[in-house]
Write a protein of this length. Structure first.
Length: 324
């Protein structure tokens, strides 16, 4: 019977595949995997930096507790989802649901928290329950996105950067509240976070807050130095919204797009056309890889090298995440 290490060595010739798959014998115990992981961290990191994502398959992970046990053994420090905008449920101190968006909603590919001043360097995804159909977590190599994207478009984003605007309500309104976003009821905690992160903020008379981040659209990977596409401005752009909702909100805010729950533009304030956003999405989607989830799958993603999303699905689905 082959061991996991033998299977990994046999697949070195395909080391640049995305994701790089390490396949264990079915029912491989959690404690055995933790021991194996600790003994092979250099090999895992090497393949993660080359491929951008490593999928561990065949490990007997079937509960939140077993996933949490693995992540706590693999990482020393975790990043909370403070400043996030995707709806999630916090399941434990370091584990969240992947998203609470409706099952029929396609989540476009993005680097987690790329609009914020602090983002995870790595993310663990784990499948506790695969969906009946669909529900894949598409991933794409952000180095390849640059190679495939039209050079003129890359140059413009490189020069101008991107601006993200969020209007968070104080408990009543569309989208997330600032209390849920920052996991606090204390305005002073929010202000301290904004000051430390260089985020512009303004409290509103209705108890909400306006947040503005100006960020580069491309960055260098902190370890390899490779240039990568690193933003999620398409998710903030008005064309991402349902047209009827957009029209209603624009009437409510006297046509001011920066008062929408979310808004994205170039860093200098100039608008990004819907055609540009469409071109970005088509390019990213063209290089995306879909690997159907199997129960117990554990996916380790380098959040700078690789972006991720979610496909629509049917049936029940339970994917949990831990960021560090």
């Amino acid at each position: 019977m082959k061991t996991a290490i033998e299977k990994m060595e046999n697949s070195q010739q395909d080391v640049l595949s995305l994701p790089f798959i390490i396949d264990f014998d079915q029912g491989y115990g959690v404690d055995d995997f933790i021991h194996w992981y600790g003994s092979n961290e250099a090999l895992i990191e090497n393949n993660l930096l080359k491929s951008g994502a490593v999928l561990f398959r065949g490990v007997d992970i079937d509960t939140l507790e077993s996933f949490s046990k693995i992540t706590k053994a693999a990482a020393q420090e975790f990043l909370s989802y403070v400043d996030g905008f995707s709806p999630r449920i916090k399941l434990s101190s370091n584990v969240y649901t992947s998203t609470e968006y409706d099952a029929d909603f396609y989540i476009t590919l993005h680097n987690e928290l790329s609009y914020s001043a602090r983002w995870p360097s790595k993310i663990f995804f784990c499948c506790l329950l695969p969906s009946a159909t669909g529900g894949e977590t598409p991933i794409a190599d952000c180095r390849r996105i640059i190679r495939e994207m039209r050079p003129e478009l890359i140059d413009e984003f490189e020069r101008k950067g991107v601006k993200y605007v969020r209007n968070l309500h104080g408990g009543m309104g569309l989208g997330p509240s600032w209390q849920a976003t920052f996991e606090t009821q204390d305005k002073a905690v929010v202000e301290e976070f904004c000051k430390k992160s260089g985020t512009d903020y303004r409290w509103k008379p209705d108890g909400g807050i306006k947040l503005t981040h100006v960020k580069p659209a491309l960055i260098n990977h902190p370890v390899t130095g490779e240039r990568v596409w690193f933003n999620q401005v398409d998710q903030f752009h008005p064309c991402h919204m349902d047209k009827d909702i957009f029209d209603t909100l624009m009437l409510m805010h006297d046509g001011d797009e920066e008062e929408l729950p979310m808004f994205g533009s170039f860093g200098d304030g100039s608008k990004i056309s819907p055609e540009m956003i469409g071109e970005i999405r088509r390019t990213v989607d063209s290089v995306a890889v879909l690997t159907p989830w199997q129960k117990g799958d554990l996916l380790l993603v380098d959040n700078v090298l690789v972006c991720h999303g979610r496909m629509p699905y049917t049936g029940n689905r339970k994917i949990v995440v831990s960021m560090f």
